[in-house]
Design a protein around this ligand. Structure first.
Ligand code: SF4
Length: 207
């Protein structure tokens, strides 16, 4: 007797719970992942802030906690919030372009796996009805969240931050690898971050 394949619910028709569970169990691009799949993200339908990052690094892969590394320490300092607030999924969603560690190349971590955003991003973002501020971190997230931006560099896009107010904040990656960028672009810490901290505090009611 022929066996019947289980009927899978299309992603576009999944409930929030089904969607989150399916993304957390995803193995779609496992053949490309040197340490195997371990999707790392944080989400709830009540979040007010979205952090749209790149992909987990090795340390985040090992702990399963997003931004649990020096990049995260710097990002929390940029936002002016502590770990407890940052990891409160009811307030802050963290949805990178790729959910699993993609491996390391000659000049740092490899790009996020493209299958990831293609498969999950639209559906997950559609669940975030209360988000009012999105931190768009690094080139891949900028390309997704600001497709209309001109061909400018990341620096030019971040420099034009006022034109994306109040909901989108283009950001450089907070990685220690970007220390030189931060030294060359002092305006980012002097002009952008104080304003960002104000907006974050207002939304999270932490001021
Ligand atoms: S990177 Fe994304 S698409 Fe690939 S296995 Fe992880 S969750 Fe699935």
């Amino acid at each position: 007797m022929p066996t019947q394949k289980p009927q899978l619910t299309p992603i576009s028709e999944m409930t929030f719970a089904e969607l989150e569970a399916s993304a957390r169990a995803c193995t779609l691009c496992s053949e490309h992942l040197p340490l195997g799949p371990r999707p790392v993200f944080q989400i709830s339908s009540t979040a007010r802030i979205l952090i749209a990052g790149q992909a987990p690094g090795r340390r985040v892969h090992e702990t399963g906690v997003p931004f649990n590394d020096p990049s995260g320490d710097r990002l929390r300092a940029w936002m002016g919030i502590d770990r407890a607030t940052f990891y409160d999924a009811r307030r802050v969603a963290i949805i990178p372009m790729g959910f699993c560690y993609p491996g390391t190349g000659k000049s740092g971590d490899l790009p996020p796996r493209p299958e990831c955003a293609e498969t999950w991003r639209k559906a997950l973002l559609a669940q975030l009805g209360r988000v009012e501020l999105t931190l768009v971190i690094g080139q891949y997230a900028l390309d997704w969240h600001l497709p209309e931006r001109t061909q400018g560099t990341l620096t030019e896009t971040v420099q034009a931050w006022r034109s994306y107010q109040p909901s989108i904040w283009p950001m450089p990656h907070p990685s220690p690898r970007n220390n030189l960028w931060l030294k060359k672009n002092l305006w980012f810490e002097q002009d952008v971050l104080p304003e960002l901290r104000l907006q974050v505090a207002k939304l999270l009611d932490t001021h």
